[in-house]
Write a protein that binds this ligand. Structure first.
Ligand code: ZN
Length: 236
């Protein structure tokens, strides 16, 4: 086989792996939508499906690619022509990198869709107009139901302090809704951040910025996390 034929066979092989990757993800669109529409207050079922899908795509197709490369090398040894192994092998590493990035986008997009569904469910179950009353004098308390920590509120009528425990479904939104939406708006920085430290810093700023904005109760905690991340010696 000539080197031209070998290259062509290799390119065709990699092209088929790429088609397979795209097919698998396209085929899961409607079953995934069905799972999302059945979600309640968390995104756990999505986590399990995505793990399986990642194995089926990124991991198995990378392995197939490596197997294909072994066969390719066996042919190259038989061939007496000059051949750039490095250039051919880098097509595989680029393909594997591409799959990783695409799967990350897919994963984040799917979680964000699930997060919006969970948010819709929480909103329809939480009565924002419900009146919260002081345990001492039954005076009306001014409460933000979208709180993520227990809060102490002083009653304006009698001065006694009431502790308000936010609904568990609202607390869980920190992880199952807001976290996923934060990832969604910072995904491109996260992907570039795998190869570029300044993009990684940008990712942390965007991710934590979103968390701080949407969970003001925990702003200090997230700010501390952010500073720990970006001041990591890894970046200097
Ligand atoms: Zn009171």
């Amino acid at each position: 086989m000539s080197s031209g034929q070998l290259t062509q066979r290799w390119d065709t092989f990699l092209g088929k792996l790429k088609d397979r990757f795209n097919d698998i993800l396209t085929q899961t669109d409607s079953p995934l939508d069905e799972i999302i529409s059945g979600l309640q207050f968390d995104t756990v079922p999505i986590h399990n499906v995505l793990n399986g899908l990642k194995y089926q795509t990124v991991e198995q197709l990378s392995q197939k690619g490596e197997e294909g490369w072994s066969k390719m090398q066996a042919e190259l040894i038989k061939s007496i022509q000059v051949f750039s192994q490095g250039a051919e092998y880098s097509k595989l590493t680029r393909f594997i990198g591409w799959m990783n990035d695409e799967f990350m986008r897919f994963e984040v997009k799917t979680y964000a869709k699930a997060a919006r569904k969970v948010l819709e469910n929480v909103k329809s179950h939480i009565d924002e107009k419900k009146i919260h009353r002081c345990t001492q004098c039954a005076g009306e308390l001014n409460i933000n139901v979208y709180s993520f920590n227990a809060i102490n509120i002083k009653c304006e009528s009698c001065g006694s302090v009431n502790t308000y425990q936010p609904d568990d479904r609202i607390r869980a939104m920190e992880y199952y809704v807001i976290n996923h939406l934060a990832e969604e708006q910072a995904i491109e920085e996260k992907i570039r951040g795998q190869r570029d430290k300044s993009a990684m810093k940008e990712y942390y700023r965007k991710y934590y910025g979103f968390m701080m904005e949407n969970i003001p109760d925990k702003k200090e905690l997230y700010e501390r996390d952010l500073n720990e991340r970006i001041n990591n010696p890894f970046f200097s």
